[in-house]
Design a protein around this ligand. Sequence first.
Ligand code: NAD
Ligand code: UD1
Length: 335
Amino acid sequence: MVTGGSGFIGTHTCLELINAGVNVSIIDNFSNSVGESLERIERLSGKKVSFYEVDIRNKNSLQEVFKASDFSAVIHFAGLKAVGESVSYPVRYYQNNVLGTLNLLDVMSQYNVRKLVFSSSATVYGDPETLPIKEFFPRSATNPYGQSKLMVEHILEDLAKADPEWKIACLRYFNPVGAHSSGMIGEDPQDIPNNLMPYISQVAVGKREKLSIFGNDYPTVDGTGVRDYIHVTDLAKGHLAALNYLYSEQAESFSPFNLGRGQGISVLQLVNAFEKASGRKIPYEVVNRRPGDIAACYADAQRAKQLLGWKAHLGVEDMCKDAWRWQEMNPTGYK
Ligand code: NAD
Ligand code: UD1
């Protein structure tokens, strides 16, 4: 069972799972996605997916789905993810991300499903004192979105302690970007993009006039913010590796993993790489820093390599080429 399977990371993961022979069912409420993404998964995989239009905040509906099926594990993507919006509407974020997850955990317990892969975020590390970031680093949150991820992490840790039958992989994504190499599925922001890569793509395709670079006075290689961008296909494969791990003898009840490449890329470096990959100029202006942003963030992904046998293979060039192919083939997203 994949919750939020119609979204950006969910679609890519479902495709990897189906191609690996996993029998996948999807739950989504389409609050940040559209049904066309599911049709594209079916077209790319040549398989039908079972889909339930369900809101995870509705426990009764979740129960109906679990009653009618025989799931062995859950990958839980469903949630809201826009930091700024979470500051304006905190209750909505806690309801979706925390209450929704509590409902899911309750229903999973009820139906004896105790394997879970959870979508967490590098945001739980706050502003790290040193880099690269390792899983045992202190965690903190500066906004309701980050807080909701951190709360769920604590809930999952408590659950794993109380009942070691639970096997939970807590995946802390760094900065997922790019799209499937077919150009058929990709990131489809329903509004003005908050994140850098979709914003750059929309400037490249002529949908937005120019990129605003949030500050060039950070203590980084060129003054712009540094992040650990990871291709969404690599990330999707990380979920398959995590799922396999949960079925292995060595699986711990609660296991956090950084999913990143371990390489910091600045905003200007990404802009340059995108210009090369697309052959388009990306006009930009430097504006003030975005509140809440940190200078640099990148992963130590050794733990995932050792325990999951997973590492990212695709580089910045692939990320930009694939993001551009998706944008060019679908200038208005799935619609
Ligand atoms: P997305 O918005 O594209 O996908 C999330 C999906 O969940 C959407 O299809 C949405 O309709 C669905 N959803 C939301 N609330 C729901 C609810 N109450 N019931 C049922 N479905 C619901 O986001 P994404 O980028 O694919 O992210 C997936 C997960 O990974 C999220 O939990 C997000 O917080 C986390 N994450 C994302 C990033 C990123 O940069 N994309 C980074 C770190 C963590
Ligand atoms: C942001 C969120 C983080 C979330 C992640 C994935 C904030 C403060 N952080 O991370 O909690 O987990 O998205 O959804 O919102 N940039 C620009 N111009 C833009 C957009 C971004 O210069 O128009 C810069 C940012 O300042 C940053 C870098 O690009 O240095 C990456 O930004 P973004 O893609 O939003 O990711 P994060 O800030 O890492």
